[in-house]
Each structure stands twice: as C-alpha cells, then as structure tokens.
Write a protein that binds this ligand. Structure first.
Ligand SMILES: [Zn+2]
Ligand SMILES: [Zn+2]
Length: 507
C-alpha cells in the first residue's frame, strides 16, 4: 500500500533559504501542494504560515493564498472572506490590492452560476434514526443502561436495530487537537471550518474557528494556551471553570463520584442552559472506569506536571495532582481517538492510498459506556466535532451494543488481540470472534472501488452504496462468512467518512 506523504513540519527544524522568513518558506511549501492538487495540505501550510507571520506582508500573503485555494475549491464565500482579510493588510495604493479586487470580481461572477449544494450539510444525512431520549437528546430512546455481572455497565437496546441506523450523536465533553493537526481544526471546539481558521496571538499552534472560541480559550487556559494539546491539562482547567475556580469544590465532586457511580443516564441533560448541566457531565466523566495499574513513571510525570508549577497553594496543588492522575486513569481506558482517513486523489498513481491520521483525542460520555467486541455491532465516525455512532450489523431486541477498542478480528490473530486488550484495558476478551476464533483476513479492508476526492459531485453515490451495503449485510448475514460481512462493514465506515466530508475529504 502506497501512502500519501504529507510533510509535517517542525518549525524549528526548517532548512530555510537565506533571506526567506519561516512564514514565506511555509507558503512556498503550500504553493507546491496547491500546484499538485493537494488543496487540504496547501491550506494547512498556509495556516502554519499565518501563525508564524511576523510582518503584515506575510499575513496578507497567507490570506491571499487561502483565497486562491477556496476559489479553486469553489468555496466562493470563503474565498471572499479571505480576500477581505487580505485587504486589511494591504496598502491603499498597492498593486496587490488591484489583484485582490480582480479576484473578488471573478469570484462574485462565478458565484452567480453556483448551484446551491444541498449535499454539503452533513447533518441532513446524520440524524438519529429513531425518537430521541427525552433526557438525553443525543441518543435514541431505545438504548438503556444495563448492569451485568460479566460486563459491569453496558448498553442494550429495547428494539431491533438495523445496519446504518444512527443511534447517537455525541459531542465529546473533553477534547483536544493533536499538535500535528493543530492547523486544521479549532483547538477549542474542534470544528474544522474547512480550514478557514484564525490565528491566535497566544500560541503558534492554536487556531480558532471564531472570536467566541478564542475568547473561551483565553479565559479558560489563561497563559497556558500553549499546552492546550494536552487533554489532561485541559480537563483540569475546564473542570475548574465548572467549579467556579474552587479547588475544594473540585475535590468534593471527585469524592462524590467515588461514592456514587453516576453516568449520563443518572441525569436530565436536555437543557444545556441548566446551571447544573456541565457539573453533571463532569460528575459522569469522573465516574467512568479507571485503569487499575499506573506505572511509577506516569505518577512521577504527573506529580511534576508543568501545570502544577502555576498553582501556588500547596493544598490546591495536591488536589490538582489527584485530579490529573484520575484523568490519566480515566483516559487510559476511555479515550477516543479522532481520526480521519486520507482518501485517494485523482493524481495519485496507485488507487489504494488509504492512510489513517490522528487528529485529536476525546472523552465521550456515551461512547465510553459501550463494551468491546472484536466483531462489534456499532461503529463511529467523527462529523465536524461530534461522534456519530451507527449500527454495523443487525442487533436484536435485548442485545448489547459493542464497539471496538482496537483491532477487529480481521486484523490480527486471537492470541495477539487478546493480549493487547489485556495489557491495555485489563480484560480477556470473550466476544463471539474470540470464542469461535474467527480467522483473520489477508484482504486489505479498504480495497474494492476506491473513493476518489474528485467524486464529490457524486456524494449521493456514496450514500446509495452505503444503503445498498446495509441491505446486503442483512440479506447475507447467515450466508456469508464473518470475514466477508466484516469487510463490507469496514467499507461502510469508509463510505460514511466520505459522506461526513471529514477532512481532507472536503477538498
Ligand atoms: Zn471553535
Ligand atoms: Zn474478542
């Protein structure tokens, strides 16, 4: 499998030609991506260039470059926005102003012929398939929390569910963008905004989708914005805001969740304006399962965590340290990776160019209540800044919902899978695939007809293929082998990612 190599730049290590600024150099790299048709990577470079810009000319050029990409991508509104931003950094008599003005005219002209694209709104497709739970409007009503000796907490359904059914749309309560993907998503809310992000004055690796997000971040993380990529640190600061800045309140909350193991099902979370809304979410997250074993290295690291240095009071410091350790234990077994699949491009020589990239990390209060199976019946896809959970194969009334914490049975033999799960999560898997020892598959799951970015116009084709596959899974569930069925489910995951237009599918 050949992969699309996207150069990740370390700003310190750039080999920059004499007389050229870092910002300029990044722009040149962006230009070369643009010339080769890699619009997403071009925008990412221009965003980096914007974040390190030292002069008005560099800022102007970065916005100007973005406007060119958006024009090419037929994102006319974004093109105009960026022209306007560029103009702000332009001298009145400048030649560049004339160029910008001409581009604006061209863009406005094209806009007139632009057909409204009703397909571009992912939430038209990603909706709950059944009535929502009244108290938990982000999940369907037929899901119930169940306590069971073997599994502990689990989620079951009170009605039959079909492949393709959307059962939950859950915005992670705590989340962060990885350092590597910092220039592709708002660091506060994680919305990608088609990479039309604003730089911050606080950090070179923090970009925002709106003034509002920038303000929240500046208030919440104060002078530690630089370390917003560390989810544990963010959890501490966000929890403190929820507790009105009081460390003793935070301790009270942690102690309470030790006694009463409450989940989102314990609360009415239908009103985000309820003053207790966030506190209840925080309590639910503190009650999630925790990793039992933590190495001495981790304890040592957390006790010297840079954020602790900023806390003066010794008692407060101890509470913060306990909280960070608790976050670590919770994340160790509940953390969800935010990933995207890099699709094929028409210009790629080989058609099989699927790469998964890690964009962030999140704590998902509904998703964390589902147990693992190597042959799961539920999958997830990240849409804008929410996890959408959908059904992979038929689930019957009374059955439990399972997601995969790691590998599918297709990917590796039972012994390795089980050892990995034991090491990472502390349990021996006894799912159907492990009990019956389903054979792995040598066929690479993404193979089949590749999805190429230029097929955006036929997005409905992806939806049709997804629906057809769902029907086929029902029809062939007792005829095909588990591997054949599972390959189709993996294909479906790829299709929903394309339908969600998770970047870089946007461009
Ligand atoms: Zn945002
Ligand atoms: Zn298993």
């Amino acid at each position: 499998m050949k992969s699309v190599t996207v150069t990740r730049l370390s700003l310190q290590k750039l080999d920059i030609p004499n007389g050229q600024s870092i910002s300029q150099d990044l722009r040149v790299r962006g230009d070369s991506f643009f010339e080769n048709g890699y619009l997403f990577e071009a925008l990412e470079c221009y965003n980096k260039s914007l974040c390190v810009a030292q002069t008005n000319s560099d800022i102007l050029s970065a916005y100007e470059c973005r406007s060119i990409v958006y024009l090419k991508a037929e994102e006319y509104k974004l093109c105009l926005d960026n022209i306007e931003l560029a103009c702000k950094y332009c001298d009145n008599a400048s030649e560049r102003l004339t160029i910008l003005d001409e581009r604006k005219k061209a863009c406005l002209k094209l806009m007139r012929f632009d057909r409204p694209n009703c397909d571009s709104e992912p939430w038209n497709f990603f909706r709950l398939s059944y009535d929502a739970n009244e108290k938990l409007p982000f999940i369907v009503d037929c899901l119930k929390l169940h306590n069971n000796k073997k599994f502990g907490r689990s989620i079951i359904t009170t009605q039959d569910l079909q492949p393709g059914d959307i059962i939950a749309i859950d915005e992670p309560f705590f989340k962060t963008v990885t350092y590597e993907s910092a220039h592709t998503r708002c660091i506060n809310c994680l919305k990608p905004n088609k990479l039309n992000l604003m730089p911050s004055t606080i950090s070179e690796t923090a970009m925002f989708c709106s003034e509002e997000c920038m303000e929240i971040a500046s208030k919440t993380y104060a002078d530690t914005t630089n370390k917003m990529h560390d989810i544990k640190q963010r959890m501490l600061f966000e929890a403190l805001v929820i507790c009105g800045g009081s460390f003793s309140k935070l301790k009270e909350l942690m102690d309470a969740s030790d006694l009463k193991k409450e989940t989102i099902f314990s609360y009415d979370l239908s009103n985000p304006d309820d003053p207790l809304f966030k506190q209840n979410l925080l309590k639910s997250s503190m009650s999630l399962a925790q990793a039992k074993n933590v190495s001495a290295d981790v304890i040592n690291y957390l006790s010297h965590h840079p954020v602790l240095e900023t806390i003066k009071d010794q008692r407060d410091k101890e509470i913060a340290e306990t909280f960070l350790l608790r976050c670590f234990r919770i994340l160790a077994v509940n953390s969800f990776g935010i990933e995207w699949l890099v699709p094929s491009r028409p210009q790629d020589h080989t058609k099989d160019t699927i790469v998964t990239k890690r964009a962030g990390q999140a704590l998902c209060l509904f998703g964390s209540l589902m147990n693992h199976s190597c042959i799961p019946n539920v999958d997830r896809v990240f849409v804008q800044n929410k996890f959408v959970f959908f059904v992979r194969r038929p689930i019957f009334k009374g059955q439990q919902l399972f997601i995969s914490y790691g590998s599918l049975f297709l990917d590796m033999p039972r012994e390795i899978r089980q050892q990995n799960l034991k090491d990472e999560y502390g349990f021996w898997c006894c799912c159907e695939a492990c009990v019956r020892d389903y054979p792995t598959s040598a066929v690479y799951p993404w193979t089949g007809v590749p999805i190429v970015i230029s097929e955006l116009s036929v997005a409905n084709g992806w939806k049709d293929e997804f629906k057809k596959n769902c029907l086929k899974i029902v029809k062939k569930q007792n005829v095909w082998s588990q591997a054949e069925l599972c390959l189709l489910m993996v294909r479906n995951l790829y299709l929903v990612t394309a339908i969600a237009k998770t970047e870089p599918f946007i461009f």
